[in-house]
Design a binder for this molecule. Sequence first.
Ligand code: FAD
Length: 378
Amino acid sequence: MYFNETHETFRQSVRRFVDKEINPHIDEWEEKTVPLHDLFRKMGGLGFLGIRYDPKYGGQGLDYWFETVMLEETAHIRGMGVYTAIAVQTNMATPAIAAFGSEYLKETYLKGAIAGDMVCAIAVTEPDAGSDVSAIRTRAVRDGDSYVINGSKTYITNGTQADFLTLLARTGDRTGHHSFGLFVVPTNLPGFSVSRKLDKVGLRSSDTAELFFDNVRVPAENLIGNEGEGFIYQMRQFQHERFAVLTGTYVSVKDMIDMTVEYLRQRVVFSKPLITRQVLRHRLAGWLARNESLKQLTYHIVRMKMQGLDVTREISMGKLLAGQLFSDVAGGCLQMFGGMGFMNETLISRYFRDARVMSIGAGADEVMCEVIARTEGF
Ligand SMILES: Cc1cc2nc3c(=O)[nH]c(=O)nc-3n(C[C@H](O)[C@H](O)[C@H](O)COP(=O)(O)OP(=O)(O)OC[C@H]3O[C@@H](n4cnc5c(N)ncnc54)[C@H](O)[C@@H]3O)c2cc1C
């Protein structure tokens, strides 16, 4: 209904890549972190990292439906860590460069990211500023042809491997949202350091880091768009990030339900396969109904995006539903697996660990509620 033959052919090629190049290695990467340069070079070579981006910079120049196919298929990766690392490259750290960056930034950094030659990260959150982005303290001060950056960032996905960061910094002291700049910051500049690789509950295959900036001198041409407008650019960029949470969730939820049903069919308890128990069947059916609603809302969002409409309200609603559904289903499915579900060898335990962050990262549930309330005018 939504996808034609060309989409489906593309879907098969992404699926083959995930089955052959990612899933066989995922257990090892959960232990040691995914090697992003290797993976992204392969993905870049196949055109998977620039689906929507301009062919001038190596992109495929395709539309949001193709992006949806790409995200749906990578969501079949058996662990959300690698899915998240890829989405950072395609949907979190590069959309603002593509939309507002200069020719130089697109030629140098967007092109590098699309080709998979450069790994990137999005650096917004700080130790004292997460939900309230406007409270960030990292400062960029103009000095001749450069900006000098001082401060720190935390929870940065791809942070230990990134070649460049898309970084939000304060450039002025006016209250409101027009005192920020969004910068492309190469990580090989003097004064940049990874203070710490963080040890997480879930998303174990992705690396997450705390970063430090000590008088990092960034060329002024690395400012994205206009000084003072960085916050606005980042709020728009967040919509692409949150969209990836929606697709990642409804695909993972269906995968979790499928693997649970398979287990319940063969697990005999009190002389009957567990799948015959009405209470379990109904719980599964309820999750499927919620999941289908999320998927249809996502497709509605794609249609809106194709028409150039503002999707902030719908994406915030979808992100809220996704975070809650992911956790409900991961926890509920693990329960149905019994003791087996609590074993690391059972895949559902990984989903359970990965699920929790979906209601926190990319804007916590409560922040999504605030955005929805605001768009509704109350
Ligand atoms: C694994 C992981 C990866 C991440 N990757 C990145 C990344 O690549 N780049 C990046 O910049 N950031 C990243 N983040 C940061 C993430 O976006 C923040 O954690 C998130 O925005 C929440 O900020 P915080 O952790 O500072 O929580 P806080 O802002 O301290 O909020 C704590 C809690 O308070 C509640 N809360 C917040 N505001 C309100 C409110 N108005 N009303 C009621 N309750 C509220 C929420 O439940 C929230 O979880 C990542 C985080 C994690 C855990």
